[in-house]
Design a protein around this ligand. Structure first.
Ligand code: ATP
Length: 237
């Protein structure tokens, strides 16, 4: 098996004195889409924040491409090739689509086949039609796509997406699923936090089910689909 891109062993995290992650271990391999699923408050967002150095975390190992991320500031973590799209959209509302992408390009690391706006518009055809539109004239779903597109302009090897389908119209959710499949086809690995089980199931190779800050199940989507009791218990579906 190839070396993992992201290697997480015994990850814990806390907000002040309140510990919320209790020793998570999982890996993300090149070109894979892995879904972190679980109920509200299970610890999905905190897992992504811990990887990005945004909460107090400890781990036996937390490495990306064999570089330890422990203790690195967030901007350095982005530079080793890990993109992060938080739950709240981060478009520059006064800038156009093209200008937002240009901001992403300025922060880019060298890539084997660097992203360009034209390549991104193949993934997000609806953005191509609004290149001159400002962020504040776009719907929440369109802003979410633009945030992902801008992050890809940095040429990451992997991207962490926090609930990309949340609060957006069903037609945009479909487009988002298509874009994530296309990202994978382009070789970008994706670690996804999701509450929308149907969305996650349609695009992911594997799932990690998180329950109260611990991994309760890890395996293929097929195996999770086949275990109705586990899904009902941990996901309520
Ligand atoms: P959601 O889908 O609601 O985002 P989640 O699985 O992503 O759920 P987290 O947001 O990681 O869950 O929250 C895990 C636990 O940490 C919850 O009990 C939550 O109340 C707590 N928590 C989250 N953020 C903070 C914070 N800033 N300060 C203190 N506790 C927090």
């Amino acid at each position: 098996m190839t070396a993992p891109l992201l290697d997480v062993a015994n990850l814990t995290a806390a907000y002040g004195h309140a510990q919320v992650l209790f020793g998570l271990s999982f890996q993300l391999h090149p070109g894979e889409v892995v879904a972190l699923v679980g109920r509200n408050g299970a610890g999905k967002t905190t897992t992504l924040k811990a990887i990005m150095g945004l909460v107090t975390a400890t781990a036996d190992r937390l490495a990306f491409r064999q570089t330890s991320l422990l203790g690195l500031p967030t901007y350095r973590i982005a530079r080793v090739g890990l993109g992060y799209v938080p739950e709240d959209r981060r478009v520059f509302t006064d800038l156009t689509v093209d200008e937002n992408l240009e901001v992403g390009r300025k922060a880019a690391r060298a890539g084997v086949s660097p992203w360009t706006p034209e390549r991104l518009f193949d993934l997000f055809p609806n953005l191509a039609e609004m290149r001159g539109r400002r962020g504040n004239q776009m719907s929440g779903g369109e802003q979410q796509m633009l945030t992902i597109a801008r992050t890809l302009m940095g040429n990451p090897d992997a991207i962490l997406l926090d609930e990309p389908s949340e609060g957006i119209a069903p037609v945009i959710v479909q487009m988002m699923a298509g874009a994530i499949r296309a990202m994978k086809a382009e070789g970008v690995a994706v670690l996804l936090s999701e509450q929308n089980w149907a969305f996650a199931a349609g695009i992911s190779d594997r799932a990690c089910v998180i329950e109260r800050g611990e991994i309760r199940f890890q395996g293929s989507m097929e195996a999770l689909m086949a275990d109705a009791e586990l899904r009902a218990d941990t996901l309520g579906v």
